[in-house]
Design a protein around this ligand. Sequence first.
Ligand SMILES: C[S@@+](CC[C@H](N)C(=O)[O-])C[C@H]1O[C@@H](n2cnc3c(N)ncnc32)[C@H](O)[C@@H]1O
Length: 241
Amino acid sequence: MVFMFHSKGPTFWELARQALSSTERGYDLLAPKFDFTPFRTPDAILTRVGEYLGTLGGFDAGLDVCCGTGAAMEMLRPHCRERVVGLDVSAGMLAQARVNTAGAPGEAVLEFVRGDAMRMPFEPVFDVAVCFGAFGHILPKDEPRFVNEIARVLRPGGRFVFVTSTMPPLWSLRYWVARGFNGAMHLRNLLVSPPFIMYYLTFLLPRAQQLLESAGFDVEVTDVQFEKPWTPLRLVTATRR
Ligand SMILES: C[S@@+](CC[C@H](N)C(=O)[O-])C[C@H]1O[C@@H](n2cnc3c(N)ncnc32)[C@H](O)[C@@H]1O
């Protein structure tokens, strides 16, 4: 058997089957093995974001948009007094998130909600929202709607905290690997339906900042530094006016 990434991770064929399913079904299939793939946001990134959130003084209610298996919910919980909600379109990922976060430090109530990030079933009740590893699932044409939706569910003064980067240089390997992957996904989505929406190099700076400002956020690109190989990442805080 050819395992991808890890002996507990998906095999090549499992990954191929997932990639040929819809986004939702693909993640349902991947859920039990997702934490053994590089698609789960690494703890090195989450720890640094958690340290940063700790400097902001705590929140009542937090939202993890596209929470997957709950990695960022676990990070968020000690910073929230009342509740942490994980929203994801995949029931399989949410089930795994429930298992993974059962012993997460903190007192806030954990809630798991199945839904679409583009139409979230919430009123403006959150003080902080985070989103990791999921911007690639939102087509660039849908990004303005996405940031408006984040703004809608935040209270005035609420923060949207996330990491992104600028476009890698044209001569970098990272750029061409991402472009190659995107080309393969465009071809896959031309040939196979339903689509699996997953593209790299999306929601980058400075466009993400412009979109957020247009949606009524004040945006700060912080000077938080990430360790290698995550040094290109920038931590962004968008505060709803
Ligand atoms: C790569 S995983 C990242 C999971 C987690 N945030 C992390 O960083 O480990 C992307 C997640 O986004 C979810 N997702 C994709 N499109 C979505 C949508 N439109 N609404 C809600 N969740 C979505 C998938 O089901 C999957 O769990």
